[in-house]
Design a protein around this ligand. Structure first.
Ligand code: CTP
Ligand code: MG
Length: 376
């Protein structure tokens, strides 16, 4: 069945305050609307975004996004009607209607609602009320209310396209949501289990709550890297992209930048994508003497392609000499530049091994690194 979702985003977000309408404000590093749109992107065939005529920049930006754009109405129902109209001629059978202000909606709720539409004309998530309920004036409790059979309504609310279009056209207005519109037209609405995390950002404090919910669902990946290169003839070493004068050089197929190799492997490790040797085989002559920047850039690009951004990296160099301290800041800057990060997200530090082992005997330099990646 051909599916679509209408995301209504034409409200002004008066109760959330903050000057800018809530859907264009930042939440965990991206705008609320970006999170919400992404939730639906792969789950329906057509996406309608309903925008206020006042949001000129959004019309421009989303004009080339592949989404169908529709103009907001004077109230939410008007916006929904315009969204439904914009889908005319697409042969839509199932349509989901969702508030842009619910960016924490889960894949489970979206797919359950769609599945329920195989057997029902309408379906929507509801959360059974668990708190005791009171009636009251501003200061005093005036009574209690039986909570049995009461649900808090959420979105997306799903419908057969033709039925909800007719229902909206016939409705006199003033409905709280699309379920009310559907029921007024005699459409039976199935309840699917809602989710307490599927909050609607309404008041200023809801931004913090939504960020906490997103934080808990955040996909965080860690990786470690380890590398060793042996000393040989030379008058400098390259460490974390910085040339450091020394009475010996490091041997290796590439520029032997042991620190950058460890960081690169930590990123590959976080992605579970093997190691440098796999992506840049030492047997391949084209990498002979190569600047290790190529490897690090590749790992960063792979992370981006897989939907991750690098949160931070930490690299430790193990050697007696050369002394790293005087160069550590330049090393951080250089690796930050290559990775496109701020320098305060990159750490380079060093330790000796108390003259013990191969690093202690100055036979070579070892390096360890950790990378933290988060889903972007
Ligand atoms: N909405 C809409 N068109 C309108 C009014 C509301 O598309 N004319 C959308 C909002 O963008 C939101 C959803 O309907 O996604 C639910 O409305 P609400 O939470 O009330 O958002 P706002 O109307 O933006 O906020 P407020 O009522 O605080 O001004
Ligand atoms: Mg409103």
């Amino acid at each position: 069945m051909t599916t679509a979702a209408i995301i209504v985003a034409a409200g002004r977000g008066q109760r959330a305050g903050g000057g800018t309408p809530k859907q264009w404000r930042a939440l965990a590093g991206r705008r609320v609307a970006d999170w919400t749109i992404d939730r639906f992107r792969d789950l329906v065939e057509h996406l309608v975004l309903v925008l206020s005529p006042e949001d000129a920049a959004a019309w421009e930006e989303f004009g080339s996004s592949g989404m169908i754009l529709a103009k907001g109405g004077v109230d939410r129902a008007g916006s929904v009607r315009n969204g439904l109209k914009a889908l005319e001629g697409y042969g839509i059978e199932k349509v989901l209607i969702h508030d842009v202000a619910r960016p924490c909606v889960s894949t489970r709720i979206i797919s359950d609602t769609l599945t329920m539409l195989d057997t029902h004309a309408a379906a929507a998530p509801g959360l059974a009320v668990t708190d005791a309920l009171w009636t009251g004036n501003h200061d005093l409790v005036t009574g209690t209310q039986d909570r049995a059979g009461l649900y808090a309504a959420q979105t997306p609310q799903g419908f057969r396209y033709d039925a909800i279009t007719v229902a909206h056209d016939a409705h006199p207005g003033g409905a709280a949501d699309d379920v009310e519109v559907a029921r007024a037209a005699g459409i039976e609405v199935a309840i699917i289990p809602g989710d307490a995390d599927n909050i609607k950002i309404t008041r200023p404090e809801d931004f913090d709550r939504a960020e906490r919910i997103m934080g808990m669902n955040m996909d965080v990946r860690l990786g470690n890297g380890y590398d060793v290169h042996r000393f040989g003839h030379g008058d400098h070493v390259i460490l974390c992209g910085v040339k450091v004068p020394h009475d010996r050089g490091l041997q290796g197929h590439s520029d032997a930048d042991v620190g950058m190799h460890a960081v690169t492997d930590a990123i590959y490790g976080a992605l579970a994508q093997g190691d440098i040797g796999q992506h840049f085989p030492p047997s391949d002559p084209q990498w002979k003497g190569a600047a290790s920047e190529i490897f690090l850039r590749h790992a960063v690009e792979l992370a981006e392609q897989m939907g991750y951004r690098i949160s931070n990296v930490d690299c430790t160099l193990v050697c007696e000499f050369p002394k790293i301290g005087p160069h550590a800041s330049a090393m951080r800057d250089e690796m930050a530049r290559i990775m496109g990060l701020r320098a305060d997200r990159v750490s380079v530090k060093a330790t000796t091994s108390e003259r013990l082992g191969f690093t202690g005997r100055s036979e070579g330099i070892a390096s360890l690194a950790t990378a933290c990646l988060v889903a972007s």
